[in-house]
Design a protein around this ligand. Structure first.
Ligand SMILES: Nc1nc2c(c(=O)[nH]1)N[C@H]1C(S)=C(S)[C@@H](COP(=O)(O)O)O[C@H]1N2
Ligand SMILES: [Mo]
Length: 546
């Protein structure tokens, strides 16, 4: 690789010219150290304010808030659950590049360099305080981090532009660095200052992390102390044969550790169940209500198997899972608060659920009160909700995509109308109404597998929550449809496994699947993307039988 140094040498520049680039290198390094100080100090301050207020998290969150649906979709599709990691690493890389540039700037203009650092602080502070649920104090980590970093840069740049104390040469006029003499900077002073700044920052950052961790321990302890009472209305026994037990086929119940996760939270909210409250208020609420976690546990708990799907799930995609939830029926609480559905003359047609991290999710009141098991869930597969999945309480509504129903870390429910309010994703061009579309997926054989000729089980899952699955068909190479064998029916709110024994012959083959729901409607083969209300099309898998 050709470097600037090579260029200067080829031009015959020696001595002062060569060391001028060494000066730029040192300047870039001071920029990096200053940036590092900013992040570490911010980390320490964020531990006192709240973890989400850290600059990288805040800027990342602000970016997510402003990401157009197509880009969000691209990120989810290409980076999957690592999309957030990619975003954060991207921010850090950009920051490092800017930090180096600011370091070089500070070499020539110390004050401007330090001022540029403050500009970054302002960006972080505005991003943090401007997030939904952001508070003015959220600006502190970025602000304090930037002030310290500006000081560090000013100091280091000073060492780079002052002559060594032991030098016999007269030092250049203060504040007016002479590019030609940077070879004679105060190297020893710089190394000492740089090492001290880096070490002190690392110490602050480490302390910040420790404090944050111990702060979160309280929430973890509150989750550890939760004992879920046995539900008054247990889930109907899963019929034997709901799980076909075929290798490579998704299990009927998705274990929590394998359950997909889709949310905008860069830091998983850790809410203490002891202090958690849910408020129900708004249009047509005759008796506004506030409940705590223990209040919920004392109510009539129901247990249900419900399949959850994300609207961002592509045909054949992974963002679908089935769990056994425990919770209270949201309709019970609404009725207690005096809410009537629109069909009974109620003035509100939309429930807006708000989470502790500022997500808003709008759900039709009519759907929640139509008798289905729309839950305020407290348990998932026999344990309190995992933090990633919404501890202490989330919503789950069979039949609706997650972004219009499944608010995690819920803290507030407001009754309003669809005319009056657009929830988070609706503001970003996704549909306000989004019932789950009938879909099916081939789990085995995997794409490009090479099963041996003969009987090959083609198996997968199909879902049409709250309508149920009545038929699944498979075809090979666009031929006629063959009816698959369905697993035992576990209810219309869950997915259903299916299998078809394929008499496989050698060659290249395309397998396709389609499902028919409980209303008799067959899944459309028309391919549409996920935006604005869910993908459609038949999942196909290409295999090579030797
Ligand atoms: N607070 C909050 N709740 C949320 C989201 C979110 O970003 N924030 N994402 C929603 C979306 S898009 C889906 S698909 C489901 C996913 O739930 P899971 O992560 O438990 O699978 O949560 C929903 N609830
Ligand atoms: Mo979603």
């Amino acid at each position: 690789m050709r470097t600037d140094r090579d260029v200067s040498q080829r031009h015959g520049a020696t001595g002062p010219r060569g060391s001028r680039w060494a000066g730029a290198g040192h300047a870039a390094l001071s920029g990096l150290i200053s940036g590092f100080s900013a992040l570490c100090v911010a980390e320490l301050v964020a531990a006192a304010v709240r973890p989400e207020a850290g600059p990288v998290t805040a800027v990342g969150g602000a970016v997510i808030d402003r990401t157009p649906p197509a880009v969000k979709d691209f990120a989810v599709r290409n980076f999957g659950t690592s999309d957030k990691l990619v975003l954060q690493v991207g921010i850090l890389v950009l920051l490092a590049v800017f930090a180096m540039a600011v370091g070089v700037l500070a070499l020539r203009h110390r004050r401007s360099g330090a001022a540029a650092v403050l500009v970054f602080g302002v960006i972080g502070a505005v991003a943090a305080a401007g997030r939904p649920e952001g508070r003015p104090s959220d600006a502190l980590p970025s602000a304090v981090g930037a002030v310290v970093a500006a000081g560090v840069l000013y100091l280091l740049a000073g060492r780079l532009t002052s002559a060594p104390s032991s030098a016999s040469v007269p030092s250049p006029a203060a504040g007016v660095p002479d590019g030609g003499r940077q070879g004679s900077f105060d190297r020893r002073g710089f190394v000492i200052a740089a090492t001290t700044a880096a070490a002190a920052s690392a110490g602050a950052g480490f302390l910040g992390r420790r404090l944050t961790a111990s702060g979160l321990a309280g929430a973890a302890a509150s989750r550890g102390e939760v004992g879920l009472p046995s539900p008054a209305s247990p889930a109907p026994a899963t019929p034997p044969g709901a799980d076909l037990g075929i290798r490579g086929l998704s299990s009927f119940v998705t274990p929590n550790k394998d359950f997909y996760r889709v949310d905008t939270a860069l830091v998983v909210p850790r809410v203490d169940a002891g202090t958690w409250r849910l408020r129900i208020h708004g249009k047509g609420v005759e008796r506004p209500l506030t409940v705590g976690f223990q209040d919920l546990l004392r109510r009539e708990l129901v247990e249900r198997d419900i399949t959850l799907t994300c609207v961002s799930n592509e045909v054949g995609g992974p963002y679908v899972g089935n769990a056994r939830w425990i919770g209270v029926r949201l309709a019970d609480l609404l009725r207690e608060a005096g809410v009537r559905p629109p069909s009974d003359g109620g003035p509100a047609d939309q429930i807006v659920a708000r989470s502790v991290d500022g997500m808003t999710i709008g759900t039709p009141v009519e759907t929640v009160m139509d008798g289905r098991d729309a839950l305020l869930a407290v348990g998932m597969n026999g344990e309190p909700l995992p933090f990633e999945h919404g501890f202490p309480v989330r919503m789950v509504v069979p039949g609706l995509y997650g972004y219009v129903s499944a608010c995690k870390w819920i803290r507030d429910i407001e009754l309003t109308t669809f005319d009056a309010y657009d929830a988070y994703w609706v503001e970003r061009d996704w549909a306000a109404q989004a019932p789950v579309k009938t879909e099916s997926r081939i789990d085995t054989p995997r794409p490009f597998a090479s099963p041996t000729a003969g009987k090959v089980p083609v198996a997968g899952v199909a879902w049409a929550q709250h309508r149920g699955i009545s038929r699944v068909e498979v075809r090979v190479d666009g031929g006629e449809w063959h009816t698959a064998r369905l697993a035992a029916d576990a209810g219309r709110d869950t997915w259903r496994q299916w299998v078809w024994e394929w008499p496989a012959t050698s060659g290249h083959h395309t397998l396709e699947v389609r499902a028919t729901d409980g209303t008799g409607a067959t899944q459309t083969g028309k391919r549409v993307g996920t935006v604005p209300d869910g993908a459609t099309g038949w999942h196909s898998v290409v295999v090579d039988v030797p």
